[in-house]
Design a protein. Sequence first.
Length: 238
Amino acid sequence: MTQPIDEAAFVRAQYENEHNLRARKAAYVNAEGDDPRDFAFIALAEVRPRKVLEVGGGEGELAERIRDELGAEVIGIDQSERMVEIQRSKGIDARVGDVQQLPFADGEFDAVVAAWMLYHVADLDRGLAELARILKPGGRLVAVTNAADHLRELWDLARRASSIGNFSFNSENAEEWLQRHFASVTRRDARGWTTMDEETIRGFAASWTDLGALVTAGPFEEPLRVRRHSTVFVAETA
């Protein structure tokens, strides 16, 4: 019988330092096509927010961009003390916290961004309810996740089915989750490709247990051209 994943323990291990995150980012250095990060930024810019919360913001690149290009006040919440430390080094008001219990008043924010993190939330309904609560009426949540066919060629190389389809919050099921808590939900799909060399493949695999077989497999034919498919969901409160 498959044991349930302890998401809190997984997140602590994954983001205790920046190494695994950076190994995954390296896979997109040679990306072509749509950039979901730009899609997310545009979705935020459309509402001209004055105060933005970013949950699970990692090293804070998007928070920096929101602050510098939109002139908004940005607060970051992350479970990882190390990620909070990195964000603070960039001048971001970052705090250790949990999306399932946000220390903010009702209607405090104009917008919230949750990029590639909601699939880690143990009680997703509770987390989404909190995000809706701290948004003002007509406030906007921008949530980014991946589709089941994202990185398909990498999963094929590992000779196993992608685990992305099992995510609690992915491109295929996220709209249903969001509709429980928000008055309107739309999606913007970002598609493209990325090219990985052998070092990048092994580094990425080392950061993701389900792809661990690729760390010692090979040698691989290079370069490996891999599809990308992410979705930016835009959800608004009534």
